[in-house]
Design a protein around this ligand. Structure first.
Ligand code: KIV
Length: 270
């Protein structure tokens, strides 16, 4: 299976990639223009993450973003994408209450944005919701380790599961999500050896962020890896561009040209 020959990435394609030990690439996107570039570049999975609360809306945590706002971001992304599988985060407060509420939230995302799958944070404690969403035919991606919607419980964004008790719970949660029928699981900010163990033990693809190289794929927040957001520099983040500086210089040059009457010139007018 040559990845260039695939016209649409599905959950089955991702499963096949794990079997063939082909790495899965995943990035976030929240709007039409960025999603279009990321999709045309050939990314496998686009995550409409609730990190939109941070990078698009400027909140300190992911908690305030609403279901309506996630649907707005997801439908913008869906209008741009033809190849990538698009996964949408269920925002905080839309699935933890009970499994019926979780199902209704997932259905709204699928129906109103036309996305391909949803992602939920947590293991055993949200299993009933995961089951119910899967029963409705909606593909589910899990998310274990550092789960930012629980920041008020954790108190900090430090590496998770460094102690034996939390590590064993994470392995057990990954097994439960796999048995329930999730098609993949994100492992965020956990020791690389633990992520490798989980990746070997479960049959579905693991996607790491700050979880080392021995996972089935990697995900980063687009604005972080493009260097648009300069306030966030965890060890796991590799910056592939410095767009903050590039955009700032472009805007400064535009302002100078306007003030000095160099823009527009004769060719730029009617
Ligand atoms: O919301 C998000 O961007 C995420 C990734 C960090 C995995 O959940």
């Amino acid at each position: 299976m040559k990845s260039s020959a695939i016209t649409k990435i599905t959950t089955h394609v991702l499963q096949e990639m794990k079997l063939r030990q082909k790495k899965i690439s995943m990035l976030t996107a929240y709007d039409y223009s960025m999603a279009r570039i990321v999709d045309r570049a050939g990314i496998d999975v686009i995550l409409v993450g609730d990190s939109a609360a941070n990078v698009m809306a400027g909140y300190k945590t992911t908690l305030p973003i609403t279901l309506n706002e996630m649907i707005y971001h997801a439908s913008s992304v869906m209008r741009a994408v033809s190849r990538a599988l698009v996964v949408v985060d269920l925002p905080f407060g839309t699935y933890q209450g009970n499994s019926r509420e979780a199902l209704l939230s997932a259905i709204r995302i699928m129906k109103e944005s036309n996305a391909n799958a949803v992602k939920l944070e947590g293991g055993k404690e949200i299993l009933e919701s995961v089951d119910r969403i899967l029963t409705a035919g909606i593909p589910v991606m899990g998310h274990l380790g550092l789960t930012p919607q629980s920041i008020n419980k954790f108190g900090t964004y430090v590496v998770r599961a460094t102690e034996e008790e939390e590590a064993s719970k994470l392995v057990e949660d990954a097994r439960l999500l796999t048995e329930a029928g999730c098609f993949s699981v994100v492992l965020e900010k956990i020791p690389a050896v633990l992520a490798e163990k989980v990746t070997k033990e479960i049959s579905i693809p693991t996607i790491g962020i700050g979880a080392g190289s021995e996972v089935d794929g990697q995900v980063l927040v687009l604005h972080d890896m493009l260097g648009i957001n300069q306030d966030f520099s965890p060890r796991f983040l590799r910056r592939y561009a410095n767009l903050y500086d590039e955009i700032r210089v472009a805007v400064e040059n535009y302002i100078t040209d306007v003030k000095d009457r160099r823009f527009p010139n004769e060719k730029e007018q009617y």
